[in-house]
Design a protein. Structure first.
Length: 352
């Protein structure tokens, strides 16, 4: 077997039986030079580690335990193994996303079930220390649902290039921007209210500083631009070329390696939409919808000229070659069986 350290390693978040899945814990894939992947096995047993994040300098992986309401840290051991680092830390209901500060000072967890956004400070070994809950969300659209308050549903965190943190709230249709204060956690800076009912889910920052957001419910993309430090909504458009079909829900948005294209996964229709980044990074224009290569594309990842798509319900990761000119996935070059994959996160290269 090829050593994963030779070419690269990708961790897979998963659902285990407590979340209706078939995995045993965090999985490991060997990434080969030709873009193909190889299933290595389970790196460590864990309960529904549905999203993962990797410490920027240490061989430490963080995982939510979505059904258990917790966050865990693991230390890398051997070629692709992981072992627990410290005790699990409590989180909110249905913790579904974790992200790491680029300087390794803290991690954030977003909780879909109760809307909590939590910050855990890290020690020198990457272990979690203090936990600080952020201020709860207030629905800016509350007047539209009098007498029927909507549930806040935090869904993702993005570490911004200027050191701040942006989080999505799927239930309140907001983006919230935070400052990190050591010993205190996340302190609110400002928020951006998106149109009612769209459900912002995931987000990515373009090299020009703008943030691209995909909405789960309306299957749209939004662009917010920082103006003197305050983000403002400047663009709203469809996330797919063919439009939203009944039963569709958008999942992940990511950028191509050079920032010219963005890619959105849509569950239901099971497609990957290629969008061109135009007008200086202020607009996203759908170019083509491509079958994703499986059922329920939960997460996807661009590495070089390849696109890897994790399919939660068909237990596979499909890999496509990307056309360098059009950005479109042209052909499937690999299809590897992987139990209930929900996230694809490249591992930190081991020290040589």
């Amino acid at each position: 077997m090829t050593s994963p350290a030779q070419y690269g390693l990708i961790w897979t978040g998963t659902y285990t039986p407590d979340g209706g899945g078939r995995a045993d814990g965090i999985g490991a894939l060997a990434a080969h030079k030709d873009g193909s992947l190889g299933w290595l096995g389970t790196a460590v047993k864990a309960d529904s580690p549905s999203f993962l994040a990797v410490h920027p300098t240490l061989p430490v992986v963080y995982a939510v335990g979505e059904q258990r309401g917790m966050v865990r840290a693991f230390r890398r051991t051997g070629d692709f193994g992981l072992e627990p680092l410290g005790d699990p830390q409590p989180a909110g209901e249905a913790a579904c996303h974790v992200a790491v500060d680029p300087l390794g000072r803290f991690i954030t967890a977003a909780c879909w079930g109760d809307g909590q956004v939590l910050l855990y400070e890290l020690d020198g070994d990457g272990g979690m220390t203090g936990c600080f809950p952020a201020a709860p969300s207030v629905d800016p659209h509350a007047s539209l649902t009098p007498g029927e308050p909507r549930q806040s549903r935090a869904h993702a965190s993005l570490m911004l290039a200027d050191g701040r943190v942006m989080t999505t709230d799927l239930g309140h249709d907001t983006l919230r921007v935070w400052n990190y204060v050591p010993g205190t956690g996340l302190v609110a800076d400002h928020q951006v209210a998106l149109p009612f009912g769209n459900g912002p889910r995931h987000l990515v920052q373009h090299q020009n500083g703008n943030v691209f957001v995909v909405s789960e419910y309306s299957v749209e993309v939004f662009v917010v631009r920082p103006d003197a430090g305050t983000f403002e909504l400047i663009f709203r458009g469809p996330a797919t070329f063919g439009g939203k079909a009944p039963g569709d829900s958008a999942a992940e948005i990511c950028l191509g390696h050079d920032g010219r294209f963005a890619y959105v996964g849509v569950r239901g229709s099971n497609i990957i939409s290629t969008l061109e980044v135009v007008s200086g990074g202020t607009e996203l224009v759908p170019v083509k919808d491509t079958p994703s290569g499986g059922n329920w594309p939960r997460h996807h990842l661009v590495r070089g000229t390849c696109l890897h798509v994790a399919h939660e319900r068909s237990d596979n990761v499909a890999t496509f070659a990307l056309d360098d000119v059009t950005g479109i996935p042209t052909r499937m070059i690999d299809d590897v069986q992987t139990p209930s994959p929900t996230a694809l996160v490249p591992a930190l290269a081991p020290a040589s």
